[in-house]
Design a protein. Sequence first.
Length: 423
Amino acid sequence: MVQFLSGSWALLLGMMLLMVGNGLQSTLLGIRGQIEGFGTWEMSIVMSAYFVGFLGGSRMAPEMIRRVGHVRVFAALASFISAVLILYPTFANPWVWTVGRIIIGFCFSGVYVTAESWLNNAATNETRGKALSLYLIVQMIGVIVAQALLVTADPSGFVLFIIPSVLVSISFAPILLSISPTPAFEMTKAMTLRELVQKSPLGTVGMVLLGGVFSAQFGMSAVYGASIDLSVSEISIFVAAFYVGATIIQYPLGWLSDRMDRRVLIAFAGFAGGVGAVIGMVYGANFWLLLFAATLVGGFSNPLYSLLIAHTNDFLEVDEMAAASGGMVFINGLGAISGPIVTGWIMEVFGPSGFFLVIAILMLGLAGYAVFRMTRREGIAVEDTGAYSPVMPSASPVALEVVQEIAIETALEEEELASESRD
């Protein structure tokens, strides 16, 4: 692990700065949109645009990397991100912002594909799981730090847009100047969506619902905070609470997932997150209860992504796992695109509390579907389930392939041990 850190610290530092920039721009736009007088529906379109670009980037970035290489793709996309961040306050128009969000989503997706393939190349079979956990922690720290930066300047000015632009520009310097070799790049051909649904109905349906939950958190939480007249500092704390909760609860849920029926845990996490959303919907006027609600929602929704992947792996053959990663990202992306749009429409109809109403429906719906699936087929014995690996819902197909590789290695090791015990 020490050897991994010595060769990958620049990559991890760069990724943390990128996450600071990404987390800051998303929350800042929600606040600035309110200042500019944009409606909730307009902001929902702006926020949804990021996930349109992200989904497109996850499909196109691998081919770009194959054609011109990691270094050029990384530098070009990060440069576009930096430029768009400066253009936001220059052209304060919702349609200009929508185009900018599509570009930024596309670029961040490509940057994640590039960086995560570098990370995977730097890790060995023995350190891959720990490297993935460290990468998750770095990402969470970046998003949380981003919220703290909101209070450093006036959101109606230019400074808060310049800060993420500078951070993104700086982020790729340590990566491009590091001595880590450029990895070979190959992506596994994706499994068809029909095959994926047949293998794991809960995994696929859950991914669609969870995509909506995550995009509502990432895109609309600041819009919600501004609509109920929270101060800038209160909005920054509120948004950070989602990710603080995810950081705290991720590993206990992961520990439990390797020791019990994952469907029960998925149902429990969905129910707990739904209860948190109901608390936010009913007691949103109380700031402390609002923070508690955000912590519960973020704490149980983000780890659900990893739980659903692990559950899906339990029903795949070893040679199918890597092929499933692209399909899982695509399904989650479809839900993520619709999340802010549906949330914005509900907020227009029912008021700001519609933000938590959408999350409550999606989370409780996921919990209910998990319970239903338990009545449709037998669960897998705990000793026969694969490994749980933590990963953020914003991960690219590369990170998911790393998760699948860990699951494959674990399955093969277990088969080898079982064979030796029989002999």
